[in-house]
Design a protein around this ligand. Structure first.
Ligand SMILES: [Zn+2]
Length: 231
């Protein structure tokens, strides 16, 4: 047994890994989430449903092809602790895992048929530096593992922190969001169908801001996939 393996075994013995949802001890074949919780995740399967709730939320705000969300995100539900671990406890592996499972759902579906490339919603560089990674990119890597689609980072960039949007009017919100993101080289995305990936869709203002910035790429098509959908 290699030294690293041995250390891992010992760590497992003294600090057994537990399910991030129910805190039950995991068995060896399980990672982050026990099978029982994995089975019970409140998946939407809305990639099969045209004009789903997320698409209705974004209708008329940016041009898009389709929007799919993996699970419902509701306070006290199963997804918030998983997203929390991904964002604030350096648990990248749960983002990879959920992205990969979501990708398995989407693989072979009409939703994915014409997608060329996955583009995670970027964090502001300062935020990414303090967190150590971008959680949307981690999810995108998982999606890429199961769909074989390439991931492009560094061409869509966040140049401003995203201020709170909630109490603003539609016009104020537009003024607020239109300069949050910037496309470095529009030619890289030109005539491509992008799958924009984020952790959770709430008001849709982040996706809206991305969509606005991406409009300068000629012939671009946009679809969106997020792990959670706030209801
Ligand atoms: Zn569990």
């Amino acid at each position: 047994m290699l030294r690293n393996d041995l250390l891992r075994e010992l760590a497992h013995l003294f600090f057994p890994a537990v399910c991030m949802v129910c805190n039950e001890q995991l068995v060896h074949s399980e990672e982050c989430i026990c099978l029982r919780c994995l089975y019970k995740l409140p998946r939407t399967y809305n990639f099969k449903q045209l004009d789903n709730a997320a698409e209705q939320l974004m209708a008329g705000r940016i041009p898009f092809e389709r929007i799919a969300t993996f699970c419902i995100y509701v306070k006290g539900g199963m997804l918030p602790p998983l997203i929390h671990q991904l964002k604030y406890h350096h648990q990248k592996k749960v983002g990879i895992l959920l992205g990969r499972i979501f990708g398995e759902d989407l693989r072979g579906s009409d939703f994915l048929k014409t997608i060329d490339v996955i583009v995670p919603v970027p964090l502001h560089p300062k935020r990414e530096k303090s967190r150590g990674y971008n959680q949307a990119e981690v999810i995108a890597r998982g999606l890429s593992e199961s769909t074989s689609l390439p991931v492009i980072v560094g061409n869509l960039n966040r140049i401003l922190f995203n201020p709170t949007q909630t109490k603003r009017s539609k016009t104020q919100r537009w003024e607020n969001v239109k300069h949050i993101f910037h496309v470095e080289d529009p030619n890289i995305f030109a005539h491509k169908h992008l799958l924009i990936v984020d952790d959770v869709i709430t008001t849709g203002s982040t996706i809206e801001a991305c969509g606005i910035a991406l409009q300068e790429c000629p012939g671009i098509k946009i679809s969106v996939a997020t792990l959670g959908e706030v209801i």
